[in-house]
Ligand binder design. Structure first.
Ligand SMILES: C[S@@+](CC[C@H](N)C(=O)[O-])C[C@H]1O[C@@H](n2cnc3c(N)ncnc32)[C@H](O)[C@@H]1O
Length: 249
């Protein structure tokens, strides 16, 4: 299994499923949460990484934030460009790898939503977080969510899962790769009689490891929750939501 699985995964039917699985109401609620949790001033500059089709950036731009969205999927960045043009909002879209962020002290806040934290092994996660910290102004906040923290996924891991979203059927086979510390998932998508297969690796970190990783990269954790409604995070919680802050010096 290739460690850079994410370079080819996010195209075609996988994106169709993502678009259909997330409602406009969920995006609005998450954008409202981000605006509060990031504590950035109204015209502040925010980095959405990875931005997907830009659903959060579009909402936050309409609330007065200056947005930059970065993603590795050409299809999603193209869609984000079309959407922002059609909706008359100015957003900077960047096609690129989130581990290669080149900006310095530019952003008043950043976020990584949609279960996109943990696509890389420890060294690459650290490289991502260090570059992200460098891109933020001192004291700026970073918010992310994850369904894949060890406390969430390991007690609840299901070997086989099925989902039907509109006309897309998805079968998932999950296995925990003990030697790597990650969940390998085999996906079978069926749409209009056509079958597509994909594989992903999602690294599993405990909250304590995430804290160490963030501190190593120059962040400290301000708050952890089990949802954007502020419920506590505990063993077995399906979601982890972290608000961190870049050190002031
Ligand atoms: C599940 S989607 C979430 C997108 C968005 N945050 C949201 O909530 O809608 C994951 C995204 O991560 C992007 N991605 C995966 N690996 C990446 C990488 N190395 N650099 C930049 N983007 C990446 C994919 O292209 C995809 O758009």
């Amino acid at each position: 299994m290739e460690l850079n699985w994410y370079e080819d995964f996010f195209q075609g039917v996988a994106l169709d499923l993502w678009r259909r699985a997330i409602s406009a109401d969920q995006t609005k609620a998450e954008a409202a949460f981000l605006a509060k949790a990031l504590k950035a001033k109204r015209n502040g500059k925010l980095l959405d990484v990875p931005c997907g089709n830009g659903r959060h950036s579009l909402e936050l731009a309409k609330r007065g934030f200056r947005m930059t969205g970065l993603d590795i999927s050409e299809e999603f960045i193209q869609e984000a460009q079309n959407l922002s043009k059609a909706q008359g909002v100015l957003i900077e879209w960047v096609l690129g790898d989130m581990c290669q962020i080149q900006r310095i002290s530019e952003f008043d806040g950043a976020f990584c939503l949609g279960n996109s934290f943990g696509y890389f092994d420890y060294q690459d996660m650290l490289a991502f977080l260090r570059r992200l910290a460098r891109a933020l102004k001192p004291g700026a906040r970073f918010v992310f969510d994850s369904h894949m923290a060890a406390e969430s996924i390991l007690p609840n891991l299901r070997e086989r899962e099925w989902f039907q979203v509109d006309d897309i059927l998805l079968a998932m086979e999950n296995s925990y790769r003990v030697e790597l510390g990650c969940v390998e998932t085999q996906y079978t998508f069926v749409k209009s009689g056509k079958v597509e297969n994909r594989t992903s690796l999602h690294w599993v970190y405990t909250l304590a490891e995430i804290r160490r990783m963030l501190e190593n990269a120059g962040f400290s954790i301000l708050e952890t929750h089990g949802g954007i409604d502020g419920r506590p995070f505990a063993f077995g919680s399906p979601l982890l939501v972290v608000t961190a802050q870049k050190e002031s010096q």
